[in-house]
Design a protein around this ligand. Sequence first.
Ligand SMILES: [Zn+2]
Length: 341
Amino acid sequence: MEYNIDFLYVGDGDAIIIWARNPQVQDFVFFLDGGNAGNGQKIVDHYNTLIRPHLYDKRLIGFINSHPHADHINGLVEVIEILKSEINFGIYNDPVECITQEHKDRIHQSYIENEDPDITHLYETFEKIEILNELCVNYGIKRYNAYSDDINFFGGSFKILSPSKDFYVNLVQYFSDVDFLKTVDYSRKTLPYITEEENLQPCAIVDAANDASPENLTGTVIQLIDSENRKYILTSDAGIDAFEYMETDGFDPENIVLVQLPHHGSRRNINTKWLSKFNPTYYIASAAGNAKHPRRAVINCIKRNLPNCGTYSTHTNKGAIAYTTNNAVFPKRYWGPATPL
Ligand SMILES: [Zn+2]
C-alpha cells in the first residue's frame, strides 16, 4: 500500500486526509478529524479538487475521529454532512457506550446543575458523538470502534496502535467520574509564555510534566507502513502514557519517516525520551502557530537531539503540507517544498 497524507491548516486542530492506494487496484480515503466548526467545506474542497477526480472507480471512503474534542470532531461532522452517503465507513470510539446508565445520569444531572466546567465539556463531547452516531445511521455509514484490537487493515499496513479496548474503557471510567472532574481543572486557560529557558533548556521544559488529560490519552494513534516498510505515525492528542502502553503492546519504533507531534506540538504530550525514540526524518505539528502550539521548547528540544530531523507545522503557510510515500503512483501537484521551523 502507498499513501498520500495531507495535513490541512485548521488553526489549533487536526484535519488530515489519508489517501491509501493499492496501485492499479483500489483507493481508500480516510478523513482523519476535521478541525473546529467552520472547517468542513475547506476540507471537502481540498478533497474534491485534489483527490476525488483522481480516484479509481474501486474506492472506499471513510472517516476517523481520534477523540470527540471540538478541534477534532466539529469540522469532521460538517465533512460528513456534506459528503453524506459518499462515505462508506466511520471509525471512532463512543465513551457513552463504556459507562453505566447510573453513571450517565449522574453526569447529565451535574451538567444541568452546571457544577463544573470540565463536566460541561465532557457532556458536550457526548452530544457530539451522538450526532456522529445519528449521521452513521442516516447515511448508511458502517461503524467500527477505533480500538487497536479491531483496526488492522491491508495486511497490517494500516493499524491503530492505541487505544486498546482495555486502555480506553479504563480511561473513560476515570475521565467521566464526576467526583474526579470536580477536583481537576482541564478547562483552565494558562497564559502562554516564551522565556529564555525555552531556548536554553528546552528539554527540561518538555520533560517537566507530562500531564496530558485522560481524554487526550484516549486519542487514536495510527501507524501506516508503506511498500518499503517505512512507518508514518499520526498521534492526534495522545501522549506519553499511550506511547508507553503501545510499546508494551508490540509497537516497534524503528524505521519511522514521519511522526505527527502530539496535541498540536504541546509540551505536555511528549518528552525527550519519546522524541528520540520515534527518531523520524520529519515531525509535523497541526497547529495555529501560537506560543503553546507548537511549543518552542518542543521544537528546540528536537533540534538539540535530532539534528537531521526536519520539523514542520501547518501554520507556516496556512495551506496544506503533504507527504507521499511513492510519487510515481499519485498525481503530481507541483507544490513547492514546505518550509521547516
Ligand atoms: Zn486537539
